[in-house]
Design a protein around this ligand. Structure first.
Ligand code: SF4
Length: 298
């Protein structure tokens, strides 16, 4: 099968930087724990666990003798302050682009401009970003944007992994709700590049396989965009999902398959999926064929 990989796929700058900083400290012999999942990718998390870097779910589980990593999404400002006061040694790997959004929100707050954050209110990045304003409005649908009270001035930022088209639609609705709208499109460069790459790739292939954690916001957006441009799209966690019947059904009559991957998908995973698909022959009897043949034969 012919395999085409999106021009931009896999690890972004923020994730690479975080892993380099953590491995750097490990190599110095420091004991490390991460507050929450470092990134939404199971193979990366398993690799870190094997190397002795534990992910803890709550700061109360934290061992004060170990360095505590603040992950790329950041944490609420008051929580960070508390950890410092409690004497934790912190390694802050919050992506600088996430921090940039925090600075914009702080500036809005200082200038008395009401803040609207476009994104998923339950996502750690948005929970952290919200802490930089007193009473931010969070919107994640056109309906919620229409419900924002009309006001003279409004400052708007986006979750770094938002679908750019969606942000444009929300911005148009908010423009009706304010006399002056100060918009900072904080969707990060890595997200933009990956979204544009999948938009170009999807119509040129028979089907698209999007690789990355099902809980990864940016990977889910890529799958959504790919589906818009090619309904024959499937989102898999990684190479362990290659046997799945849905995937086997999708690829068996395809000649050209496209691969897209989120910003938290490691290059080795993309390579494994690529190798499997490039060696895949539609003529090969799949496990699904065998099961179906067995069922037909009773
Ligand atoms: S997706 Fe963007 S904001 Fe998030 S870590 Fe990567 S570069 Fe940073």
């Amino acid at each position: 099968m012919i395999v085409r990989i999106a021009d931009q796929a896999g690890f972004c700058f923020g994730v690479k930087r975080a892993l380099e900083l953590i491995h750097g400290l490990r190599n110095e012999g420091r004991d490390i724990q991460v507050l929450g999942e470092l990134i939404h990718n199971q193979s990366v998390l398993s690799d870190l666990t094997r190397k002795g870097v534990a992910c803890i779910q709550d700061r109360f589980e934290a061992d004060p003798k170990k360095t505590l990593v603040i992950r790329t999404h950041g944490i609420p400002a008051d929580e960070e302050e508390k950890l410092r006061q409690e004497g934790f040694q912190l390694l802050d790997v919050t992506c600088p682009l996430v921090k940039k959004t925090h600075c914009i929100i702080e500036r809005f707050e200082k200038d008395g401009i009401p803040v609207v954050i476009v994104g998923d209110r339950n996502h750690p990045e948005i929970i952290a970003a919200s802490s930089y304003a007193t009473d931010p409005i969070i919107v994640n649908s056109l309906e919620e944007a229409r419900a924002v009270p009309a006001m003279p001035v409004m400052g708007v930022v986006a979750q770094t992994t938002l679908d750019l088209d969606f942000f444009g639609e929300i911005e148009a609705v908010l423009a009706e709700r304010a006399d002056h709208l100060e918009v900072h499109n904080t969707v990060c460069e890595a997200t933009r590049e990956r979204q544009e790459a999948v938009r170009r790739l999807a119509p040129q292939v028979d089907c698209v396989v999007v690789v990355g954690g099902h809980n990864s916001s940016n990977t889910k957006k890529l799958a959504h965009i790919a589906r818009r441009h090619n309904p024959r799209t499937i989102h898999i966690n990684g190479s362990l999902d290659l046997d799945k019947p849905e995937l086997q059904r999708l690829i068996r009559d395809c000649r050209i398959v496209g691969i897209a991957a989120g910003a938290s998908t490691p290059p080795e995973e993309i390579e494994r999926v690529r190798n499997y698909l490039s060696e895949y022959s539609p003529k090969t009897e799949t496990r699904l064929d065998i099961d179906q043949r067995r069922m037909q034969n009773g």
